[in-house]
Structure formats: structure tokens, C-alpha cells
Design a protein around this ligand. Structure first.
Ligand SMILES: [Zn+2]
Length: 176
């Protein structure tokens, strides 16, 4: 028996769970190996210390006291107050807008005209880009790309759903 095989079975050895033959093999190894002897003595010491620990018990009625303290907490305020503030905010915003319009600070005719001109420019640019793309068959290329991407995402989602419990085991360092 080598050291790693010995270490792997030491806990079972100390708990008396090994067969007589396996236990003898462990003891034979420890007779010839100082480091495993030290390890088993350390494990024994830890086990004795653990046995000496007393469990911590909550005082009687602890759960009842906790539930009573929770019940005594103030009830959260209803959301109506926040809704009222929102309505006030919207009303104030409209009041400011109307005031500015009446005072002719905002000239809506010019503002809409300016926005329409900008939108027109964007539309013309988009139409040009689309025309170039159609001529170079870029839409087919982009369509195929999106299709492949959707497929990869679908396979990934399926794999994650299927294997997630095992993967969680790997990340936690525990056997899956
Ligand atoms: Zn050893």
C-alpha cells in the first residue's frame, strides 16, 4: 500500500469500517511510514476534540420569540403613496410643458419640423445601406448567421438544462 491509498482509507479505518484485512494493510503501512503515522494521530486528536464539543441548543421558546418579533415589525407602507408621487410628477411635467408652450418658449412647429428632417435623413441613409446590402447578398449572409447563432444558443440552453446539476458538482469540487 502507498501513502495516497492509505490516506484515502484513514477515515474509514478510524471509524472501524474497514475489513480486518484492509485494517491490517493500513497498520502495516503505518509501521513503515512515519508521515502516515503522524496523520492518523492528528485525525484521532481531532476526533477526540470533536467528541468533546457540546451541541448549542436554543433556549426554550426561542422560535416563538422570533416569530413574535417578526409579527411586531411595522407593516410596510402600501405602494399607493409612490403612485401618488408619480401622478404628481406627471401633472407637474405637463404643467411646465403647457406653460412653456403658452409662453412660446417652445415652438412646436419648428421642433416637429426639425425632428421630421432628422428622421428623413436617417431613413434615407438606412434605405441606402439596405440597397447596398441587397446588391451584395448581405441579407442572405446575415440571415444564415442569425440562424446559426440561434441554433448554437438552443443547443447551449439544452445542454445547460440537461447537465447543470453535474456542472454544479464540478464547480463546488464535490463528486457529481
Ligand atoms: Zn504513508
Amino acid at each position: 500500500m502507498n501513502c495516497s491509498a492509505c490516506e484515502a482509507r484513514l477515515a474509514a479505518y478510524l471509524d472501524g469500517e474497514l475489513s480486518a484485512r484492509d485494517a491490517q494493510a493500513i497498520e502495516a503501512h503505518m509501521n513503515s511510514c512515519a508521515s502516515c503515522r503522524v496523520l492518523v494521530n492528528d485525525l484521532r486528536a481531532v476526533e477526540i476534540k470533536l467528541q468533546g464539543l457540546r451541541g448549542v441548543e436554543p433556549r426554550p421558546g426561542f422560535d416563538v420569540a422570533v416569530m413574535a418579533a417578526i409579527a411586531a415589525l411595522p407593516v410596510p407602507k402600501p405602494a399607493r403613496l409612490r403612485l401618488r408621487w408619480f401622478v404628481a410628477y406627471v401633472a407637474a411635467a405637463w404643467a411646465v410643458l403647457i406653460t412653456l408652450t403658452v409662453a412660446r418658449v417652445i415652438d412646436w412647429q419648428h421642433a416637429f419640423a426639425a425632428v421630421a428632417i432628422e428622421l428623413g435623413k436617417v431613413a434615407a441613409a438606412g434605405s441606402t445601406v439596405l440597397g447596398v446590402g441587397l446588391r451584395l447578398h448581405l441579407t442572405t449572409f446575415v440571415g444564415a448567421g442569425i440562424g446559426i447563432e440561434m441554433l448554437v444558443l438552443l443547443v447551449g440552453a439544452f445542454a445547460l438544462r440537461r447537465f447543470y446539476p453535474q456542472m454544479r458538482g464540478w464547480f463546488a469540487g464535490a463528486p457529481a
